[in-house]
Design a binder for this molecule. Structure first.
Ligand SMILES: CCCCCCCC(=O)SCCNC(=O)CCNC(=O)[C@H](O)C(C)(C)COP(=O)(O)OP(=O)(O)OC[C@H]1O[C@@H](n2cnc3c(N)ncnc32)[C@H](O)[C@@H]1OP(=O)(O)O
Length: 252
């Protein structure tokens, strides 16, 4: 039974992987996938339901998180003048899902059944409010990404405060989202200065901008502050390299 299902899954593996990336329109995979086979696969229906957007307010969001969400969400409705007298809405909220890939190729120790349960690291914990609650907003005109994050009790490092690795995850996600605006990337380098600890349960704002580009390289900087911007928690710089997503997925 398991073997039979495995065979069905492996047949669907590439199809679903690529369809999901396509259907979710995540900036990380926003470049059109060009091979004809990929294009035809993308229009086929998914064998599972529409993914739930988790970057929307839930009952665990505190007042600061809600205020920030409403602020950035309202920016997503503001039109600005673009070239040729056209109107544009530069801010967009990035929907947040449990996973980007249903069936990634996986490493040698990952069975096909387990692969099918793969989840985004930041969406690993199902309990709302327990870990990372977040929403990402991107401004493609200014090449800027802002993340609002409420950090739950399961992210404890030093007593009562957020683990440095969890902060690195937050920074990697926000800077990675910005870097992947024009195609798939991988983090090559992440350089973090922890300035002041973040209390568990607090909300922080993560702002990132593109500093420089050089060929495949994107240099991005990032700041993590309190919601009113008065307290600096963390500063970071990151280097992202654009990659061929097909090579990554096929493990070449
Ligand atoms: C919305 C959700 C977003 C989440 C984003 C999450 C992103 C991630 O976490 S990615 C996971 C963590 N990252 C990884 O696992 C990456 C592992 N590393 C790799 O795969 C590869 O080393 C990779 C892709 C970064 C670069 O490899 P490759 O494409 O072969 O590049 P390579 O030829 O070695 O180097 C290209 C250039 O970059 C430079 N470079 C590469 N790595 C680095 C580095 N770490 N520091 C500085 N420069 C570097 C090289 O010196 C070279 O420079 P130049 O062209 O001037 O000579």
């Amino acid at each position: 039974m398991t073997r039979g299902l495995g065979r069905v899954f492996s047949g669907f593996k590439r199809l679903v992987t690529l369809s999901v990336m396509w259907s979710m329109k995540h900036p990380m995979y926003s470049v059109p996938l060009r091979s004809p086979s990929v294009r035809s696969m993308a229009v086929l229906p998914l064998p599972f339901g529409k993914p739930k957007d988790l970057s929307l307010p839930n009952a665990t969001w505190g007042p600061e998180m809600m205020q920030l969400y409403e602020h950035y969400n309202s920016l997503c409705k503001v039109e600005v003048e673009a070239e040729g007298g056209q109107k544009k809405v530069p801010w967009k909220r990035i929907p947040g899902y449990n996973r980007l890939l249903k069936y990634a190729t996986g490493g040698v120790y990952l069975s096909k059944m387990i692969q099918s349960k793969a989840r985004l690291f930041t969406r690993n914990i199902r309990e709302p409010g327990a870990a990372f609650e977040y929403a990402l907003f991107i401004n493609s005109e200014e090449e800027k990404c802002v993340g609002i994050w409420q950090v739950g009790h399961l992210l404890e490092g030093p007593p009562g405060h957020v683990h440095g690795g969890a902060i690195a995850t937050i920074i990697d996600t926000v800077t990675g989202c910005l870097a992947s605006l024009s195609g798939a990337v991988m983090t090559a380098n992440l350089n973090i200065n922890y300035r002041s600890p973040i209390q568990l349960g607090n909300t922080v704002v993560v702002e990132s901008i593109v500093d420089k580009r050089e060929g495949r390289k994107k240099f991005i900087s990032c700041k993590v502050t309190s919601p009113d911007g008065t307290k600096l928690h963390t500063e970071a710089t990151a280097l992202f390299l654009s990659i061929d997503i097909n090579q990554l997925l096929l493990g070449r």
